[in-house]
Design a protein around this ligand. Structure first.
Ligand SMILES: Nc1ncnc2c1ncn2[C@@H]1O[C@H](COP(=O)(O)OP(=O)(O)OP(=O)(O)O)[C@@H](O)[C@H]1O
Ligand SMILES: [Mg+2]
Length: 363
């Protein structure tokens, strides 16, 4: 990795007998925007706490700038955290909140004043220094919390569900602002969310976690287009997930019907799962469809129609199409070979890489 700032090697975290993180392995490149995405209880906050030094791993190693930091106390790490509830001091005004960390470290008054002013400017709160925290709106408090963290010039900024307390409109606005701020500062952000749209919109890299295990990491496009397993396909975006049999390379059978696809490297007749995104399916006439079914529902959404169709085996397909149809009509469903995405059951990243290598060698 070009400019590695942090690494987890085989990190495990247990609370008594409860394994909360298992074999967590990842590398973080300096200056990028990372998102940890996963459902409630999957272990996201626990990972942040290990990075920040509020907790220690049960086993495994954490490196920062090439040095092992398992035993380095939180206040000596070049990391700051923005907490979900912001954790601001209610009895201090905005500037005092932002100045707090610098004061503790004994930074001179004049420098504190200047750095606080700069930080407030970065989060678009110049002129708000004297305001009481209690007189700030939710979105403004959120910005104060970010200013309080970046004023310390950390190498890595951790943000735990930092936007989830905001209403939708403000949240979308803050997503853009945060992303711009990250580019401007050039520091590494590790952002935690359980919102997949937020993760896709903001990140350079996403790590998807479920049940204490990283399921997949990659760019938003990688993860959306090439989900490694059922969990990822289901968690990211909408999808049709159906069982299938990989008859041979580039030929998969779904519902007893054979389709050409672009996947290879499985065993002959291996059982697989097939993912097709709703936007890759289209409604056509019965004679032109690769699948045939009856329209159950249709919902106009402004840009397209959200349609469901059940096929002759009673499987329901989700289709997003710009073509209008009629509830109760018999229709064809069409798609291209590259829209079929074949996954192994519970394939890991290593399995996937090995499969890719083996079939690239064959070519
Ligand atoms: N101090 C602790 N003692 C015991 N169990 C804990 C402790 N902290 C976390 N856990 C457990 O570890 C698991 C992961 O918790 P964590 O807070 O990391 O989840 P999360 O992904 O951040 O979830 P959420 O989206 O709800 O914030 C949960 O099952 C939680 O109950
Ligand atoms: Mg959490």
């Amino acid at each position: 990795m070009a400019n590695k700032i942090m690494e987890f090697r085989h990190v495990e975290k247990r609370f008594d007998d409860n394994v909360v993180l298992r074999d967590i392995d990842f590398e973080i490149e300096a200056g990028k925007f990372y998102t940890l995405l996963g459902p409630s209880g999957s272990g996201k906050t626990t990972i942040l706490r290990l990075i920040a030094g509020f907790d220690q791993p049960t086993s495994g190693e954490i490196f920062f700038d090439g040095k092992k930091i398992n035993d380095v106390p939180a206040n000596q790490r070049q990391v700051n955290t923005v907490f979900q509830d912001y954790a601001l001091f209610p009895h201090m005004n905005v500037a005092e909140n932002v100045a707090f960390g610098l004061q503790i470290r004994g930074v001179k008054k004049a420098e504190i004043k200047q750095r606080v002013a700069e930080a407030l400017k970065l989060v678009q709160l110049n002129g708000y220094g004297e305001r009481e925290i209690t007189a700030m709106s939710g979105g403004q408090r959120q910005r104060v919390a970010i200013a309080r963290a970046i004023v310390n010039e950390p190498k890595v900024l951790l943000l735990d569900e930092a936007l989830s307390a905001l209403d939708h409109k403000l949240r979308v606005q803050m997503q853009t602002e945060l992303r711009q701020l990250q580019r401007k500062l050039g520091i590494t952000f590790i952002f935690v969310t359980h919102d997949q749209e937020e993760a896709l919109a903001m990140s350079d890299q996403i790590m998807i976690i479920n049940d204490g295990t990283i399921q997949q990491s990659g760019t938003p496009v990688d993860i959306y287009d090439e989900p490694l397993n059922h969990f990822v396909a289901d968690f990211i975006g909408e999808s049709n997930i159906v069982p299938g049999v990989m008859k041979e390379d580039y030929l998969v059978s779904i519902n007893g019907q054979d389709f050409t696809c672009v996947d290879a490297g499985m065993k002959p007749n291996e059982r697989v799962e097939v993912v097709i995104r709703p936007e890759d399916l289209d409604i056509t006439t019965v004679d032109k469809g690769q699948l045939v079914g009856t329209v159950d529902t249709q919902l106009f959404r402004g840009v397209d129609y959200q349609i469901t169709v059940h096929d002759i085996r009673d499987h329901t397909w989700k289709i997003n199409s710009i073509h209008k149809t009629t509830v109760g009509a018999k229709v064809g469903i069409s798609f291209d070979p590259e829209d079929i995405h074949v996954m192994r059951y519970n394939e890991t990243e290593e399995d996937f890489d090995a499969r890719l290598d083996s079939y690239e060698e064959d070519e």
